[in-house]
Ligand binder design. Structure first.
Ligand code: ADP
Ligand code: GLC
Length: 479
């Protein structure tokens, strides 16, 4: 099959979170199964000059009506390090900016225009590819207009929409509907209109031939008022074409046995390297060695979803008995401030690193004993898969993908890979921390869990088969 993915993120070139990681790995995993898969992304600042991508101009020029204007875009083409073909939609006025979606905590005012333009260009690229593609696979709200455009224009592609996070919907002022140039009837309950606004994700859910979420659990959660972010009724109405498919982890990139970003390699049967990475991590962030206590860590977007609020009430207790805490995070300035203040109160034991740092994110996974994911909501939670692989045992709330990724440690049966808690409150988190600290004090027991965690397999092979089934079902149906 021939599949064109459309996404606003692609690791390692442009990413704010796990969406980019999925777009780096899934097309390559499809290719490994014999399919042809490529990706379209906006040409953000720095991409043209990035040697790893080797972008070149295809010469294709698009003149795209967006509302009353016609916007010009160039199509460039490159290859990701894993060989996947990448198309870039180049329009510097729209995409050559500091951020992907905004700057200094504020979304760009023209995001509706930017991603409507992007979605229209995706459709134009799809039409020009020869031999023709079978499926356009759009990701999140930034590409969610693609299925709407395909259906409205009766184009011969099957469309799949993957929702990585239902909380981000691409909801804009109703007047922005004019930017789509779609017929007026599309701005209705049966189209992209939602309570007077234009809601791009809702349009995608209605018009895609199938849609997926990034875990089975999340597919159930989004059908409830608590987990549906206002769209649960829409999701329920279309649940017949909804598939929950847990993401995979890319072990070519996230593997302590081969990771170039960490000072010493290790594997389940040879864990000395993990000790060395732990020491290197503490030194790197300027903390003293912690001979008896665990190193807790977090690598995260600083967003409400991630459960940062639960951390503050338990920090003092967590840091007792020689424990350390390292947080690498970027995002909400309120959380940044609070984390900064808390770290100043415990300068010997807690370091907060603000920003996005790929190398440090790998070193943290390798050096940490415990990886904190107290998420309020977590559609998948790729970092939990990475943490398992690096033997940083997750403390995770039982929500979304985390519920599938982390198994609670059960001393009676000597099973489990981490510490799971259910209620969203600091005491429930604290209870899990206490359990983790207790087991950490028992070195052989801890080592056994680490080895089990590192052997857990969340590779893409399983997920790719599920996507194949979805695609095949649609193409068969069309024929
Ligand atoms: P989400 O997509 O909700 O952010 P995931 O756990 O699925 O959560 O994926 C997050 C990805 O982004 C991981 O690859 C993680 O390592 C990376 N990441 C998040 N925050 C940072 C940061 N501050 N610096 C470097 N990488 C980060
Ligand atoms: C979103 C979700 C995260 C998921 C990622 C990749 O950003 O918040 O849980 O792992 O997408 O699908």
């Amino acid at each position: 099959m021939k599949i064109l993915h459309a996404s606003s993120e692609l690791t390692p070139f442009a990413r704010t979170g796990g969406l980019g990681d999925v777009l780096e790995a899934l097309p390559a995993a499809l290719a490994a199964r014999g399919h042809e898969a490529s990706v379209v992304v906006p040409c953000y600042r720095g991409l043209l000059g990035d040697q790893r991508l080797g972008a070149r101009d295809t010469g294709v020029r698009l003149h795209v009506p967006v509302g009353t204007r016609v916007l010009d875009a160039e199509i460039w083409e490159g290859r990701a390090p894993n060989g996947v073909q990448v198309f870039l939609v180049r329009r510097d006025e729209s995409f050559d900016r500091v951020g992907l979606y905004g700057e200094e905590g504020h979304d760009y005012g023209d995001n509706a225009e930017r991603f409507i333009l992007f979605s229209k260009c995706v459709v134009e690229i799809a039409r020009r590819i020869s031999p023709p593609i079978d499926v356009i696979h759009a990701h999140d709200w930034q590409a969610a207009l693609v299925p709407v455009l395909v259906k409205e224009r009766n184009l011969p592609f099957a469309t799949v929409l993957t929702i990585h996070n239902l909380a981000y919907q691409g909801s804009f002022w109703g007047v922005d509907f004019g930017l789509t140039n779609l017929p007026g009837h599309c701005f209705s309950a049966r189209g992209v209109e939602f309570f007077g606004n234009m809601n791009l994700l809702k349009g995608g859910i209605l018009f895609a031939d199938a849609f997926t979420t990034v875990s089975e659990t999340y597919a159930r959660e989004v059908q409830t008022p608590e987990g549906g972010a206002g769209l649960d009724a829409v999701v329920r109405e279309h649940a017949h074409k909804l598939h929950g498919i847990l993401n995979g982890a890319d072990y070519d990139i996230w593997n302590p046995a081969t990771d170039k970003f960490i000072p010493k390699a290790y594997k389940p049967s040879a864990l000395a390297g993990k000790k060395a990475c732990r020491a290197a991590l503490l030194e790197e962030v300027g903390l003293a060695p912690a001979p008896t206590g665990p190193v807790f860590a977090m690598v995260t977007r600083l967003a409400e979803q991630k459960g940062i609020d639960l951390i503050f009430p338990v920090i003092d207790r967590m840091l007792s008995n020689d424990a350390r805490l390292i947080v690498l995070g970027d995002g909400d300035s309120g959380y940044e401030r609070e984390l900064m203040i808390a770290s100043r109160q415990h300068p010997e034991r807690f370091v907060f690193r603000k920003g996005v740092d790929e190398q440090l994110s790998h070193l943290i996974q390798a050096g940490a004993d415990v990886f904190l994911m107290p998420s309020h909501s977590e559609p998948c939670g790729l970092t939990a898969m990475y943490a398992l692989k690096y033997g940083a045992l997750p403390i995770a709330r039982a929500t979304g993908g985390l519920y599938q990724i982390v198994q609670d440690y059960d001393p009676a049966h000597d099973s489990g890979t981490g510490f799971v808690f259910h209620d969203y409150n600091p005491e429930a988190l604290w209870d899990a921390i206490v359990r983790a600290k207790r087991v950490f004090a028992d070195a052989p027991a801890w080592k056994a869990i680490v080895q089990r965690a590192m052997k857990a397999d969340f590779s893409w092979a399983r997920a790719v088969v599920r996507f194949e089934e979805v695609y095949r079902g649609l193409i068969g149906g069309a024929a």
